[in-house]
Design a protein around this ligand. Structure first.
Ligand SMILES: CC(=O)CC(=O)C(=O)O
Ligand SMILES: [Mg+2]
Length: 219
């Protein structure tokens, strides 16, 4: 299977080997949680079991009391990428999506205090609800779109992607110096401000304004 089979989200999910996430890539979000602005991209990873699609519920991990949503632009890799450079990084992109980096904020706070990894806070099963797919040929400039996230019909996050701290070529160059990105892998590019506590029964709608939108229910 290759990138041309990705028009269906089910195929796209089957292709992914990992979801690479960038943290603190929007200044306003770093500040809202009292975090420092990073000098270089900050990376973590979600397993493929975190990937869910519309129709599957969002479920908090056991013991979590403070589940947050983080809407993020996702870059879907279309060509195996290892040690690539900024100058041609965009050639490795098959398309774009929008996803929620669901975060057990209480688990993350505990891990931060202990200097421990964020894995449980970020990569529990179903922690990455993924929306539609836009082929790269249909989106000329991913740095010029608006992300949105509504909770129970009310705007919670809304931000243009041109204010990312590290742009997409920089993120792909940096990431692939350390590990290979495979076809179908998703790179989530960080969330803007507006993360908040999600409750059972909430309806979360998110997407790229005028392009893709999806709806997930919280169990
Ligand atoms: C504090 C975080 O959880 C970082 C993160 O995921 C982000 O998108 O920023
Ligand atoms: Mg995030």
């Amino acid at each position: 299977m290759n990138i041309s089979d990705m028009s269906s989200l089910a195929n796209f999910r089957n292709l992914a080997t990992k979801i690479v996430c960038v943290g603190r890539n929007y200044k306003d979000h770093a500040l809202e949680l009292g975090n420092a602005i990073p000098m270089k991209p900050m990376l973590f990873v979600k397993t493929v079991n975190s990937f869910i699609v519309e129709g599957e519920p969002i479920v908090a991990p056991p013991g979590c009391q403070n589940l947050h949503q983080e809407v993020e632009l996702g870059v879907v890799i279309g060509k195996k990428a290892s040690k690539i450079s900024k100058s041609n990084a965009m050639d490795y992109i098959g398309g774009y999506t929008v996803a929620l980096d669901m975060t057990a904020r209480d688990f993350q706070d505990e891990a931060k205090k202990a200097g421990a990894p964020w894995f449980l806070a970020k990569s529990f099963d179903g922690s990455c609800p993924v929306g539609g797919f836009i082929p790269s040929s249909d989106l000329q400039n991913p740095h010029d779109v608006e992300l949105f996230c509504k909770i129970n019909g009310k705007d919670q996050q809304r931000c243009r992607t041109d204010v990312m701290i590290f742009d997409i070529p920089t993120l792909l160059e940096y990431t692939t110096q350390f590990f290979t990105l495979e076809v179908g892998d998703v790179v989530l590019t960080g969330t803007p401000a507006g993360v908040t506590k999600i409750n059972s029964g909430d309806v979360i709608e998110f997407g790229i304004t005028g392009r893709i939108e999806s709806k997930f229910l919280v169990n």
